[in-house]
Design a protein around this ligand. Structure first.
Ligand SMILES: NC(=O)NCCC(=O)O
Length: 422
């Protein structure tokens, strides 16, 4: 793809002072100066030895080597060409152990844009997303994926910017039509599927939640987790729609490993990541919906840090595209009203406990990221770095227990000279 070259950086020098100011750095189509990902931009722009060195620093090394790509079966590749979605696959190794065999699991992440304009009848919108996802999930099945996770509220436009209540109609019970749709694939491909939906809790007064339903590889519902932390930033007016989750930090023991789900904004909360780790998660999925202007510089850092600090794998997923809504809304920041949320920048990827990570999927195309994970790597990193043993949890539990009390006093020791009058 050719660069349609929007200027990223403007430098000016006035009175000997150098100023650098960032302007619109990504193009209207969602590309980065014409490239679909940072990885491809660097690959095309640097000489092979420079690119290798930059990749070592940006993506880390897994067992001392760059991640290897996996050759996926032809039917999966054919689906990706026919339906024009990005398809990438990598393999994370672990060291050979003498008492345990490798614990290999093949995991998939799906990112997608909506399929119809937000003005279309709701039932048509949902059905069109189901149709759009079918070849992507089929490609995962054809690739032998064991666990797959979809993006946050994948079955609807991310309409929570509007504050309009009519979007609540998209909500479904945990055994509703999205779960039924995915249960077919779970049975067909013997696959665990994580299904993040807008949930309507029929038994509790039809209340709404932001929920991930965990579908077992026999098509059974293993359980659910509700988003713990609800954003109050930018146009993310999600607290208008649903409440903070009440399911704690469950880890689901599946046929393929112990998994958990940290839904979107929860990734900014290190204690949220920690809690899933304390409960024994080996893979934590982070199904998200977030836009470039708000969070893109944080995106590659937070998940990777969580994987390192908690000695587990993280699968990060973000939706793609710009969703335009019928009625303009304001953001409470004095800027003009607008009808879209901004660009959802995709860039789904895996991070590993040894600080290695995959390149990201496209910034603007639907996609499927497949990775083989050797779960032995989790314990190997625990043994190597000893974070669980050096964590001093009792010290923090003491501080937190005091902090949540209304009469908490911060532990600050002031320089006595500060208040001495001269
Ligand atoms: N969906 C959601 O929680 N988005 C919040 C924005 C962010 O965390 O980047």
């Amino acid at each position: 793809m050719e660069s349609n070259g929007e200027k990223a950086v403007v430098s000016s020098s006035e009175n000997g002072k150098s100023e650098t100011e960032t302007t619109e750095s990504s193009s209207k189509d969602g590309s980065i100066c014409g490239f679909d990902s940072l990885h491809h931009l660097l690959q095309e722009s640097l000489s092979p030895p420079l690119f290798q060195e930059v990749s070592r620093l940006l993506l880390g090394l897994n067992c001392g080597k760059s991640l290897e790509t996996i050759a996926l079966p032809e039917p999966a590749r054919a689906l990706s060409s026919k339906h024009d979605f990005d398809l990438q696959a990598y393999s994370f190794r672990a060291d050979k152990e003498s008492l345990r065999g490798p614990r290999l699991v093949r995991v998939g992440l799906v990112q997608n844009g909506i399929a119809l304009p937000t003005t279309a009848p709701f039932s048509d919108q949902k059905r069109a997303i189901f149709q759009k996802l079918t070849p992507i999930i089929e490609a995962a099945g054809a690739s032998g994926v064991n666990i797959i996770c979809l993006q946050e509220a994948w079955m609807m436009p991310f309409a929570f910017c509007t504050r309009e209540k009519r979007w609540c109609e998209f909500a479904e019970p945990i055994d509703g039509e999205s779960t039924e749709f995915l249960q077919e694939f779970a049975r067909k491909y013997n696959m665990v599927i994580i299904n993040p939906i807008l949930e309507r809790d029929i038994k509790h007064g039809e209340t709404l939640w932001n929920t991930a339903v965990i579908i077992g590889n026999h098509g059974n519902i293993i359980g659910k987790h509700r988003k713990n932390h609800i954003p109050r930033v930018g146009d993310f007016n999600e607290s208008t729609y649903y409440m903070e989750g009440n399911t704690g930090h469950p880890v689901f023991e599946t046929a393929y490993g112990k998994i958990a789900v940290n839904i979107c904004y929860g990734r900014h909360h290190p204690l949220n990541w920690l809690a899933f780790g304390l409960n024994g998660a080996e893979i934590v999925f982070n199904p998200s919906a977030t836009v470039g202007e708000l969070s893109e510089p944080m995106w590659p850092i937070e998940a990777r840090n969580a994987a390192i600090a908690n000695s587990y794998f993280v699968g990060s997923i973000n939706r793609v595209g710009t969703e335009v809504f019928p009625n303009p809304f304001t953001s409470g920041d004095g800027k003009p009203q607008h009808a879209d949320f901004g660009h959802f920048y995709g860039s789904s990827h895996f991070s590993a406990p040894d600080a290695s990570c995959t390149p990201s999927l496209s910034r603007y195309k639907d996609g499927l990221m497949v990775s083989d994970l050797d779960l032995n790597l989790c314990r190997q990193l625990k043994d190597k770095w000893g974070f669980r043993m050096t964590a001093r949890y009792e010290m923090y539990s003491y501080l937190l227990a005091r902090y949540v009390k209304p009469d908490f006093e911060p532990q600050v020791i002031s320089d006595p000279l500060l208040r001495r009058s001269t």
